[in-house]
Design a protein around this ligand. Structure first.
Ligand code: URA
Length: 212
C-alpha cells in the first residue's frame, strides 16, 4: 500500500454528516459511540482503496475464472489508547483479518507531551501496512510518539487516520514524519490553551466512554 500525498481530506457526505452529529454537545454517549463506529467503517473503505490485490483462480457454480483477492500480509490497525479504540471495531468490521497493535499514551497535563505507558505491536509488523487510529490529531505529540514507536518496530507503510486535525498538530506531525499520510475528515481552526481542538467535539475519550 503506498502512502502518496501526505494529507487526505475525506469529504464523503455520509462521513461529513456523521461528524457534524458527533460534534453536537447534547449527543448521548451511546449515539456518539455508534457514530464513531459508523464513520470508522467508512474510513476503512477509503483507507484501503489502494491496497494491493492479486488475481486468483476460483470456480463459480458455472465456470472457472480469475478474480482478485487482497495480496500478501494483512493490515495492522494500531489504536492510540484510549480514544483510538472508538475507531477500531468499525475498521475490523470491514477488514476482519487485520492484526491489532496497541499504543498507550497520555498527555502530560502541563507540558501536553505524550507519555507512553503501553506498547504491544505484532511481531511481524515489518512486513505489514500499519494504520494508526486516533480520532483527534490535536498537538500532534501522541501521533508523533506512536509513529516513532511503530517506525522503530518496522512497518511496510504507515498512515494515520483521524476525524479531526488541528493545523498546529498537522504541521508538527508532518515536520517529524513527512512521508506518513494523514487521513482526516476535517481540519478545524486551532488549538485552545489546553490543547483542545476548536471548534472540535470535546474530549473524544470522555464522550466515547461517558467518563465526564
Ligand atoms: N483530544 C481530544 O479528545 N479532544 C481534543 O480536542 C484534543 C485532544
Amino acid at each position: 500500500m503506498s502512502a502518496s500525498a501526505p494529507l487526505h481530506l475525506i469529504r464523503h457526505p455520509l462521513v461529513q454528516h456523521k461528524l457534524t452529529l458527533m460534534r453536537q454537545k447534547d449527543r448521548s454517549t451511546n449515539s456518539f459511540r455508534r457514530l464513531m463506529h459508523e464513520i470508522a467503517m467508512l474510513l476503512a473503505y477509503e483507507l484501503t482503496r489502494d491496497i494491493p490485490t492479486v488475481d486468483t483462480e476460483i470456480e463459480t457454480p458455472l465456470e472457472r475464472m480469475h478474480s482478485p483477492v487482497i495480496d500478501g500480509k494483512k493490515i495492522v490497525f494500531v489504536p492510540i489508547l484510549r480514544a483510538g479504540l472508538g475507531l477500531l471495531d468499525g475498521m475490523l468490521d470491514v477488514v476482519p483479518g487485520a492484526r491489532v497493535g496497541h499504543v498507550g499514551l497520555y498527555r502530560d497535563p502541563t507540558t501536553l507531551d505524550a507519555i507512553e505507558y503501553y506498547c504491544k505491536l505484532p511481531d511481524d509488523s515489518g512486513d505489514r501496512d500499519v494504520i494508526v487510529l486516533d480520532p483527534m490529531l490535536a498537538t500532534g505529540h501522541s501521533a508523533i510518539a506512536a509513529v516513532d514507536r511503530i517506525t522503530e518496530a518496522g512497518a511496510r507503510s504507515i498512515r494515520f487516520a483521524c476525524l479531526l486535525a488541528a493545523p498546529e498538530g498537522l504541521a508538527r506531525f508532518h515536520e517529524h514524519h513527512p512521508s506518513v499520510a494523514v487521513h482526516t475528515v476535517a481540519i478545524d481552526r486551532e488549538l485552545d490553551e489546553n490543547g483542545y481542538i476548536l471548534p472540535g467535539l470535546g474530549d473524544a475519550g470522555d464522550r466515547l466512554y461517558g467518563t465526564k
